[in-house]
Design a protein around this ligand. Sequence first.
Ligand code: NAD
Ligand code: IPM
Ligand code: MN
Length: 347
Amino acid sequence: MKIAVFAGDGIGPEVTREAVRVLQALGLPGLELVEGDVGGAAYRKHGHPLPQQTLDIAKASGGILFGAVGDFSLDGLERHLRPEQAILGLRKELGLFANLRPATVFQGLEDLTTLRPEVARDIDLLIVRELNGDVYFGEKGMRQTAEGLREGYDIMSYNEAEVRRIAHVGFRAAQGRSKKLCSVDKANVLETSQLWRDVVIEVAKEYPDVELSHMYVDNAAMQLVKNPGAFDVIVTGNLFGDILSDQASMCVGSIGLLASASLSEGSLGLYEPIHGSAPDIAGKGLANPMATILSAAMLLRHSFGLEAEARRIEHAVAKALADGIKGGDLGGSHGTVAIGDAVLERL
Ligand code: NAD
Ligand code: IPM
Ligand code: MN
């Protein structure tokens, strides 16, 4: 049972350490953790944010636990050398096209979100975000206009096969939940989105038991705050999914709580919190490790089929929160290690 551990930058190593402690405490037979360098840390050591040896470790593993990458002091590098290329490269190289980002309000946190408790109480949604296409991976560059003005460009595109495979993930996820799927796009303006909508409607014919709806992304951003409990599964593109999932995290309390799974056609997956390297709190022991701990649970479930162990972790986190164990992100005073300890005690 080989798990690759890529801690990365900023709070990445701090939160990953706690998730690793939790994995080790489960007594999983044959558990082997293999560390690899990613992000700014890898750039400083090897001259590249995603060195070949890291990719090799990823490919030889059954699942990857990822912390976070990002280092503002390296933002001046050419784009292909920036820390973020580590996560983008892993997603692309490993064919991790389906990003699952669940957002559920934990018992005891209804009063801590920035929404009114009666609005937050019913949130239990899943964002299915496409992860290998969109404006993220199209041609991009800087050029000069005829008038000599600097111009940046990023081509947004999806082909029908890319939309079809993520649509299937969305429909299957909806079948396993309350059978409602909301596809979020911007088809009133973007051709990319019109194709998206057309293909999702085609795929829907294979899932007559799922109720499909469509929503423009601007409205979805509004509805997520107005009535988040009305959503169940949302399927959307790479950029919209990125933005809406940060928003969903605040609806349930904090970005420090949201885990994610990035899945391929096979069993290999990458598991990471949705947050970044949080340079503003890095090195201070203040980061909430729960999102990463919950990502480790998703790893056990999706890459190793260990449902019972995944639930043990999720229940321990829920119990810790219900018992008042909260980081600064939730208005509490528990630090990273104290939160890790609290989850371990409740496993
Ligand atoms: P961020 O998610 O790192 O931080 C946003 C805010 O949330 C900050 O105030 C931070 O302190 C807080 N926060 C985030 N995680 C937290 C946690 N676990 N506990 C408590 N507070 C937490 O986003 P940003 O500031 O926009 O980006 C910082 C860097 O991270 C950038 O370089 C960015 O590119 C990178 N990033 C990486 C990933 C990734 O590795 N997958 C994801 C997002 C951003
Ligand atoms: C995320 C991050 C990444 C993204 C960045 C760091 C490339 O924001 O995982 O949500 O935009 O996908
Ligand atoms: Mn993001």
